[in-house]
Design a protein around this ligand. Structure first.
Ligand code: ADP
Ligand code: MG
Length: 291
C-alpha cells in the first residue's frame, strides 16, 4: 500500500480504537480465510464466577471451596480469581502452576490438586465419581475444576464466564462475509462446544483441549493447509503471544500482557469484539484505495 493509504487507514483505525502496530498487516487482512478466536477473555469476559460446587462423601461444600481457594491463592489464572478471599486463612506451601491444566499445593500439610479432569486423570486420580456432575456442567458451557486431596477425588466446582457483548453478532458478521470462524481453547471439548453453540458456531469449528504452548502450532498447521488463505488470531494476551505471532494477522483485545501486544499487529485496548470486523473492513478499504 502507498504510505498515504496506510496513513489514512492508520488514522481511521485509531479513531475507531484500533491501534495498528504493523502497517503491512492491512494488506494481509484482505487475504484472510480463517479467523481463530481464543475463548476465555476474548469471546468471554474472562471473569469466571463460581456458580456451583459438588462435594464427594467425606467433604462439605464450604470446606471444599476453602481448600480449592487456598490452592489457587497464588495462581494468576483468571479461573483462580473466582476463589479470591475464600481460603479462610489456610496455610499453603509448595504452590505450583501446571500451565493449561491447573495447580497443585500443600494445604494444611495435605497435597491438593485442582484443575481439569484431564489433569487429575493424568496424575492417577480416579475421577469416576465426578463424571456425572462434570458432564452436566460442561454441557451448560461451564468450566469444571476438579479437586483431589492426597491423590483422592474430593469434589468439583463449576465456573461460568459470560460471553462478551456483541460476541454472537460479530461471529455471524464474519461468517456472512465468508470467513471460517474457529474457536480455540485450552478448556475441555464439551464446554467449548456448548460455548460455540451459544455463539452460533457449529461444533466442528471448535479446537479444544489445546495446551498453551500448542496454540501457536495449531495456527501454523492451519496456515500450512494449501487450501487455506490467511489466518488471523484474536486473543486477549494471556498466554496468547506465540499464537498471535504465528498468525498472518494477530489481533490483541484488551489491555492484557505487554508481551502479547508486542506480538500483535493490531491492538484493541477496549476489548470490543466489533473491532475485528472493523479491522478487516479497514484492510479492504486500504487496498481498494491503492488499486
Ligand atoms: P483458555 O484457553 O480458555 O485460556 P487455559 O489454557 O489457560 O484456558 O486453561 C485450560 C484449562 O486448564 C482450564 O479450562 C482449566 O480446566 C485448567 N486450568 C488452567 N489453569 C487453572 C487453574 N489455575 N486452576 C484450575 N484449573 C486450571
Ligand atoms: Mg485465554
Amino acid at each position: 500500500a502507498t504510505p498515504m493509504a496506510v496513513a489514512v487507514a492508520t488514522g481511521r483505525g485509531a479513531r475507531a480504537g484500533l491501534f495498528i502496530r504493523e502497517a503491512s498487516a492491512l494488506e494481509r487482512m484482505d487475504r484472510l480465510g480463517t479467523i481463530v478466536f481464543d475463548k476465555t477473555g476474548t469471546l468471554t469476559e474472562g471473569r469466571p464466577s463460581l456458580v456451583a460446587t459438588h462435594a464427594l462423601p467425606g467433604w462439605d461444600e464450604a470446606g471444599l471451596v476453602a481448600l480449592i481457594a487456598a490452592a489457587e491463592a497464588s495462581s494468576e489464572h483468571p479461573l483462580a480469581r473466582a476463589f479470591a478471599g475464600k481460603a479462610n486463612g489456610r496455610p499453603v506451601a509448595d504452590f505450583r502452576a501446571i500451565r493449561g491444566r491447573g495447580v497443585s499445593a500443600a494445604v494444611d500439610g495435605r497435597k491438593v490438586l485442582v484443575g481439569s479432569r484431564a489433569l487429575l486423570m493424568e496424575q492417577g486420580v480416579d475421577v469416576a465419581a465426578l463424571d456425572p456432575i462434570a458432564d452436566a456442567w460442561e454441557a451448560e458451557a461451564k468450566t469444571v475444576l476438579c479437586a483431589a486431596v492426597d491423590g483422592r477425588a474430593a469434589g468439583a466446582a463449576a465456573l461460568a464466564d459470560r460471553l462478551k457483548p456483541h460476541a454472537r453478532e460479530v461471529v455471524a458478521t464474519l461468517r456472512s462475509q465468508g470467513a471460517d470462524v474457529v474457536l480455540l481453547t485450552g478448556d475441555n471439548p464439551a464446554t467449548a462446544r456448548a460455548v460455540a453453540s451459544e455463539l452460533g458456531l457449529p461444533a466442528d469449528r471448535v479446537i479444544a483441549g489445546v495446551l498453551p504452548d500448542a496454540k501457536a502450532a495449531t495456527i501454523e498447521s492451519i496456515r500450512n493447509d494449501p487450501k487455506q488463505k490467511g489466518v488471523a488470531m484474536v486473543g486477549d494476551g494471556l498466554n496468547d503471544a506465540p499464537a498471535l505471532a504465528a498468525a498472518d494477522v494477530g489481533i490483541a483485545l484488551g489491555t492484557g500482557a505487554d508481551l502479547a501486544k508486542a506480538a500483535a499487529d493490531v491492538v484493541v485496548a477496549s476489548g470490543d469484539l466489533r473491532a475485528v470486523p472493523q479491522a478487516l473492513k479497514l484492510g479492504r478499504e486500504t487496498l481498494k484505495a491503492i488499486r
